[in-house]
Design a protein around this ligand. Structure first.
Ligand code: IYR
Length: 229
């Protein structure tokens, strides 16, 4: 069917499956259980992950809604061991400075249950590191700057979908932010408009991987409702 023209722009019909209530419940609970089983992982094995799976996760992430549909993200995927080693050295240097003074006592205390410190061996163990760069602006065909909107929000949603897609494929990751992250744009030779936002180590959990025994907040703690009668 040819696109419909509305306000001078092409539109296409959109009619997603409207599920029966029982089916909605079933699908919703199944997805919730699946997502609830996801945990951030810091103990990885070096088992390879085919590039194709990382590509699929990036495509899934890239379906995120974004301000004015500018899709203001770049995912940089690295399996090159030399680059991974460089990232580890630079990330650990920033982390060491953070743990040894830049982070407040309150912050260090809040992290205690996670058992983290400045050392990030997983950056060299994992088969892939994927870095999400936020594009602060884009480029028009004539080379001029194109404004991007709600960049943080858009990239945040893309990051969520990326994490969910990896989990669905049985892969593990961690949202790692070795702050300040400027070294990533340097090592990965990114243009001026791109700012590193989140680093994702991607791989399989080690057989003896442990995660902190954390609980999720109750629905009543994370929501407020104003219902009609
Ligand atoms: N980036 C540091 C510190 C850290 C900060 C938060 I907030 C965390 O949830 C976890 C760690 C690190 O990766 O160790």
């Amino acid at each position: 069917m040819p696109p419909v023209i509305r306000n001078g722009h092409p539109y296409v019909p959109y009619q997603p499956d409207r599920l029966q209530l029982d089916e909605s419940r079933l699908q919703g609970t199944a997805l919730l259980e699946h997502l609830d089983a996801r945990r951030s992982v810091r103990d990885f094995v070096a088992d390879p992950v085919p590039r194709e799976l990382v590509e699929t996760a990036i495509r899934a992430a890239s379906t995120a809604p974004s301000g004015a549909h500018m899709q203001p993200w770049t995912f940089v995927a690295i399996s090159d061991p030399t680059i991974k080693a460089k990232i580890r050295v630079a990330a650990e240097e920033e982390e060491r400075r953070s743990y040894e003074g830049r982070m407040s006592d309150e912050w260090i205390e809040a992290l205690a249950p996670l058992g983290t410190d400045w050392q990030k061996p997983y950056l060299e163990v994992v088969p892939w590191i994927v870095v999400l760069f936020a594009q602060r602006w884009g480029t028009n065909p004539d080379g001029s700057r194109r404004k991007h909107y709600y960049v943080q929000e858009s990239c945040g949603i893309a990051a969520g979908l990326f994490v969910a897609a990896l989990h669905r494929m049985g892969l593990c990751t961690l949202t790692h932010t070795p702050s300040p992250m400027g070294f990533l744009a340097d090592i990965l030779q990114r243009p001026d408009n791109e700012k590193a936002m989140i680093l994702f180590p991607v791989g399989y959990a080690a057989p003896d991987a442990l995660v902190p025994d954390l609980a999720r907040k109750e629905l009543s703690e994370v929501s407020v409702w104003f219902e009609g009668s």
